[in-house]
Ligand binder design. Structure first.
Ligand code: GUN
Length: 300
């Protein structure tokens, strides 16, 4: 029985980080500039703590400065906005990331809108989101950027392909759809109100799933030979052979691998690409803020 190619996000992310590190070294040598990434975490969610720590040490690893701030779960909106305002003014900080989700008392939209557009390395600010839709030059959200790089590495040109995206979040689904449209794909966004969702998926040459629902996409939802990008990171408990916690994607990997042409694993697929793209965005933001032409990134 045919088995899909595994798209090795860990390997491709390592290549991207190496390219970013080369450009960071060049900035230091030629301009005495060191890109600075500030990450703000509110509260003590264990998963968010791990993500934030990884972002910090990977920034250091490519030669950037990393600034991490942990604020209590009870922080007020006013206090949080003041932190962001200070980071906006700080010349050593080129990129600001506020880890989401935020506690209930915090208005997430106000927080995102407070981040200086030029330092919004998540690409979540309405101006950057708008520029993406209009085809302008802004910051592009890291997870869909990572997915697109994986697709291009594996498929080359994407024009005329039918892409189906599961999920319509502002972080992944919507920007992913926009980016694939910019690549001249025919794009369908499916979501919880979509009828015949499996039928929609079976039409996809490219399927990107970002719904956060463990193993919902089965092998018989896929078009044979299609390329499947699994953005989901879901923690489940297994009973057999041991009782343990395990990370799985939105895609039922065991059945999907028999039908797809290529598929990303979880973990080791999209996750490492997201952080590598965050570092790339921090590098790009540093160049733009200093009037230096930004690097054209080509992966070896
Ligand atoms: N939480 C989950 N994914 C992300 C992301 O890409 N950026 C931020 N800021 N928070 C997240």
């Amino acid at each position: 029985m045919a088995t899909a190619t595994i798209i090795d996000g860990k390997h491709i992310a390592a290549k991207l980080r190496a390219v970013v590190a080369t450009h960071v070294a060049k900035l230091k040598k030629e301009y005495n500039l060191v890109p600075g990434l500030a990450v703000l975490l509110v509260g003590e969610d264990p998963a968010s703590q791990i993500y934030v720590r990884n972002k910090g040490w990977q920034a250091l690893d490519v030669g950037m400065n990393s600034f991490q701030y942990t604020l209590p779960e009870t922080v007020s909106l006013t206090e949080l906005l003041k932190y962001i305002n200070d980071l906006n003014q700080d010349h050593n900080v080129n990129g600001i990331l506020v880890q989401l989700p935020l506690p209930k008392q915090i208005d997430t939209e106000m927080v995102i809108e407070m981040i200086a557009v030029s330092k919004d390395i998540d690409g979540f600010h309405p101006l950057n989101a708008g520029l993406l839709v209009l085809g302008g030059v802004g910051m592009i959200p890291c997870t869909p950027m990572g997915c697109l790089m994986l697709l291009k590495q594996y498929l080359g040109k994407l024009a005329s392909m039918h892409a189906v995206i599961l999920g319509r979040s502002n972080i992944v689904g919507k920007p992913m759809a926009t980016m694939l449209l910019r690549e001249n794909c025919t794009v369908t966004i499916a979501h919880s109100y979509t009828r015949e969702i499996a039928e929609e998926c079976r039409r996809a040459d490219i399927l990107v799933s970002a719904v956060g629902n463990p193993q919902i996409v089965k092998g018989d939802w896929l078009k044979p030979g299609s390329t499947v990008i699994d953005v989901g990171i879901n923690r489940i408990s297994t009973q057999y052979p041991y009782i343990m916690d395990k990370l799985v994607g939105d895609v039922d990997f065991a059945s999907a691998i028999k039908v797809a042409g290529a598929i990303t694993p979880v973990p080791g697929g999209v996750g490492p690409m997201t952080i590598a793209c965050l570092l790339l965005n921090t590098l790009i933001a540093t160049c733009r803020q200093n009037g230096i032409s930004e690097p054209k990134i080509k992966l070896p």
